[in-house]
Design a protein around this ligand. Structure first.
Ligand SMILES: Cc1cc2nc3c(=O)[nH]c(=O)nc-3n(C[C@H](O)[C@H](O)[C@H](O)COP(=O)(O)OP(=O)(O)OC[C@H]3O[C@@H](n4cnc5c(N)ncnc54)[C@H](O)[C@@H]3O)c2cc1C
Ligand code: SF4
Length: 531
């Protein structure tokens, strides 16, 4: 059992903030900035350290600079990003790939449209104005494709497709599907404060010029300049405190640098710890009012865990085998395969889309599968290098009773807190969807003239969603349509955990839109004196 000595005389901050936000990723950062603009005084309490985007990452490192070709994410000597509770100011947006897709009305109304999944208590039109706002302020590039199921937005110019994308597109079109230009929260043209992307291809190693959106530089740093946002970094929250009269009063944390306990008080608390850790924090926050976890009178906390699932296929595009190697890293993936199966006959519910070409070509793990030795081996690898392509379909998972998050008090982390445990059960719908998305992907790649190198044996989880389900009925949902918990009137949860249904589309754009929407709601309540 990991034991932490907690100093008795901890940091007790005297100010009462309007809003205390736990977590500083896409959700926490967006929320803080939007609240500050509306005059609220905000505390962000983040378990990880401050990160200097320009200097702290190994953005441009080469694999051969490190033992075993393993490039560490952070510069050696910089602590942080070493646990789910300490990802650093900016959270996962520091490392994300920035694919930014709007959900459609089909995604918000799964149960009504095909009797599977859950309906959100929101329509597309409720969220659309906030997608607009996010796109304008963070910069999302993309093409206007006029697809009903993948609504257009306020886009910067798209980036051109790569040669390999055009080859895959040919294969997709032969089967009646099509690719579109990827939509990413990355600048294709400069703005007054951020440069355009220079296509170095290191986005998931930390973009050191902030062409790619991260919440620390784009949302939190400007918000701090207003003087209305205070960041408590390295402060791992272990409890949301609730008064006897059922009001959230603030949070208790452990500062991992000073090894001290502390508290931050607020009129309102928002938990934005990145899905599973939000569930974990609420489950850890037990009291006589909430013995099974805060805001859990429904018993739904932790349940309905619905991560995306993927199935990565590796292949070689024969047409590019032996072509001169060119630097076409770009900003990783430049194209996207939107869902097409939702309009076709199939024996499962929901659908899939695919991201591909988003692996940095410097990592050539596939070379181990190439036969031969010596000069002949090197020549084979050289031939195949321009032809390698990874194709990853993403599928939507439906909620089921065997998929949930709980706490493991038998296994404590370095801070003495129970680890969050994921339980994922693939039901029949997931198995059928997985098989179909892999089969379709292989068929498209073969139509594009690919030699398939590997197909996945089973689904792998990706973006984590669910666990604090949104719904109108307090008996079955943790939060309402405003991300406010049904049980505690001044406690909110904003991140992927509130998704009642997940869609096959990447979630972060929707998380940010929900954060911007929640900020309006909280600011109005503050103004009315309700908090
Ligand atoms: C490599 C990679 C690529 C990705 N690519 C995409 C993509 O292309 N498109 C997409 O939509 N999404 C992508 N994602 C997912 C995306 O990053 C997340 O959906 C998004 O960051 C979620 O935002 P969040 O604020 O909910 O959580 P996070 O960004 O995870 O932030 C949560 C923060 O809370 C902090 N925290 C947790 N527990 C505690 C605690 N107890 N006390 C204090 N602080 C705590 C964490 O340290 C963290 O900083 C990617 C993720 C990764 C890692
Ligand atoms: S490719 Fe563009 S977005 Fe990615 S790390 Fe380089 S400059 Fe940043």
């Amino acid at each position: 059992m990991a034991a932490i000595h907690r100093a008795r005389s901890g940091h007790m901050q005297r100010t009462t903030f309007d809003v205390v936000i736990v977590g500083s990723g896409a959700a926490g950062g967006t929320l803080a900035a939007h609240l500050a603009r509306r005059g609220a005084r905000v505390a962000i309490v983040e378990g990880g350290p401050r990160v200097n985007t320009r200097t702290d990452f190994n953005t441009h490192a080469m694999p051969f600079d490190y033992p075993n070709r393993h490039i560490p994410t952070m510069r050696p000597g910089k602590p942080g990003f070493d646990s789910e509770r300490t990802r650093g100011v900016g959270g996962k947006t520091m490392l994300w790939n920035a694919v930014a897709l709007r959900f459609s009305q089909r995604d918000f109304k799964g149960r009504s449209s095909e009797g599977a999944g859950e309906d959100w208590p929101l329509d597309y039109t409720d969220v659309a104005p906030y997608y607009d706002i996010i796109e304008r302020e963070v910069g999302v590039c993309g093409n206007l494709d006029h697809l009903e199921d993948l609504p257009d937005g306020v886009f910067l110019p798209p980036v051109p497709m790569k040669c390999s994308d055009l080859i895959v597109r040919r294969g997709a079109r032969k089967l009646g599907a099509d690719l579109i230009h990827v939509r990413k929260a990355t600048l294709s043209v400069s703005t007054p404060t951020r440069p355009a992307c220079h296509f170095c291809g290191n986005c998931m190693a930390g973009c050191d010029v902030v062409a790619k959106y991260n919440s620390a530089d784009v949302h939190i740093a400007p918000a701090e300049k207003t003087g209305r946002v205070t960041v408590f970094s390295d402060s791992i929250v272990r409890e949301v405190m609730v008064s006897k009269d059922n009001r959230a009063t603030g949070v208790g944390f452990f500062n991992r640098v000073h090894k001290r306990d502390g508290e931050v008080s607020g009129r309102c608390v928002v938990v934005a710890c990145g899905c599973v850790q939000s569930v974990a924090l609420l489950l850890m926050s037990t009291s006589s009012l909430y013995p099974t976890g805060l805001a859990n009178s429904s018993g739904a906390l932790g349940r309905h865990f619905i991560p995306h699932f993927t199935g990565g296929i590796e292949c070689f595009l024969k047409e590019l085998s032996g072509a001169p190697a060119t630097n076409d890293e770009g900003f990783l993936d430049h194209a996207y395969l939107p869902s097409f199966m939702h309009t076709r006959k199939r024996d499962y519910a929901r659908s899939f889309g695919a991201q591909f070409n988003y692996q940095n070509h410097r990592l050539v793990g596939w070379a181990r599968s190439v036969g031969g030795i010596g000069r002949a081996y090197k020549e084979s690898v050289r031939q195949l290098y321009p032809a390698f392509l990874q194709f990853t379909p993403y599928g939507e998972m439906l909620p089921n009773a065997q998929s949930f998050v709980d706490l493991d008090y038998g296994e404590l982390d370095a801070f003495g807190l129970p680890r969050a445990r994921r339980h994922v059960h693939w039901a029949e719908n997931e198995r059928k969807l997985f098989n179909d998305m892999v089969n379709w992907s292989v068929a498209m790649l073969e139509q594009a003239g690919a030699d398939i190198l590997s197909v996945p044996a089973g689904p792998a989880t990706n973006h984590e969603l669910g666990g604090c389900r949104m719904g109108s009925d307090p008996r079955s949902a943790v939060v309402n349509a405003d991300c406010r918990t049904h049980d505690v009137a001044n406690l909110y949860v904003v991140d992927g955990s509130v998704f009642p249904s997940s869609s096959e589309k990447n979630p972060t754009h929707t998380i940010m839109a929900l954060a911007a929407r929640t900020a309006v709601h909280i600011a109005e309540r503050l103004q009315k004196g309700e908090l």
